[in-house]
Design a protein around this ligand. Structure first.
Ligand code: NAD
Length: 231
């Protein structure tokens, strides 16, 4: 379905990014698997024929430029890397913590749009991992809520600005079964609190990313993959 397409996945060393690398390779793509932790990106690519690991921090313009330097064109840029935060009251959030969470989760999309989008072939797509927390905020996560809400606004603005050549879409996971989940302060029975009584698996998000990569009629969309959390 995506034979010969060139796909970039960030945050590729773990969780959703790792699953996306596998799914895109299975769909026939050649994948640049980027993470600020090279060793984890390397582990993701082990045994995969068409995936190469790269060290890149999505908050650094020069890292994104270096990642794409040898590519005249790409077809998909999946800006998936993200960090959670320590659950704490608003008054205790430091400026450094605010900046760090906004940088990775939101500013990275701005940088991707400036650096990577010009390399997308016509029909290409910029994909962004958001979070259902933008629709269902939780106390103690102010900067993460702000960042994930911001990516929806920015992505939809970009979808309008970059059409018709480039599509821009967001996937909003609900609580997902990855190492990050522990950082959100959920109760142990978070899955039981969801209407579908199950966590989101990384592959659920990866499947949505592969779909959106080929969905030529879809732009400016926000896909909730959330086991009903938004109901
Ligand atoms: N796990 C959840 O419950 C959940 C829910 C909603 C949204 N999300 C979002 O899904 C995305 C993927 O998260 P995950 O659950 O797979 O987490 P994860 O912690 O398993 O993986 C995140 C990866 O991103 C990498 N990373 C972090 N900062 C980076 C940076 N500056 N540059 C490059 N790589 C960086 C990490 O090294 C790690 O490999 C994130 O955007 C996250 O906010 C996760």
């Amino acid at each position: 379905m995506l034979e010969g397409k060139v796909v970039v996945v960030t945050g590729a060393g773990s969780g959703i990014g790792r699953a996306a690398v596998h799914r895109f390779v299975e769909a026939g793509a050649r994948v640049l698997a980027a993470d600020r932790d090279f060793q984890k990106a390397h582990e993701t690519c082990a045994g995969l024929p068409y995936a190469t690991p790269h060290k890149a921090d999505v908050t650094r313009r020069e890292d994104i430029e270096a990642l794409l330097a040898k590519r005249d064109h790409i077809d998909v840029y999946f800006n998936n890397a993200g960090i959670p935060e320590t659950v704490k009251p608003l008054a205790e959030i430091t400026r450094e913590e605010w900046d760090a969470v906004l940088d990775v989760n939101l500013t990275s999309l701005f940088l991707a749009a400036q650096v990577a989008a010009p390399k997308l072939r016509p029909g290409g797509v910029l994909l962004q991992t958001g979070s259902i927390i933008a629709n269902r905020p939780r106390a103690g996560l102010a900067e993460y809520v702000a960042a994930k809400s911001g990516v929806i606004g920015l992505a939809r603005g970009l979808a309008a600005e970059l059409a018709p050549d480039v599509r821009v879409n967001v996937i909003n996971p609900g609580p997902a079964n990855t190492p990050m989940l522990g950082g959100f302060g959920f109760d142990a029975d978070v899955a039981q609190a969801l209407p579908l009584k199950r966590l989101i698996e990384p592959e659920d998000i990866a499947d949505a990313a592969v779909y959106l990569a080929g969905a030529t009629a879809v732009t400016g969309a926000v896909f909730n993959i959330d086991a009903g959390r938004d109901l």
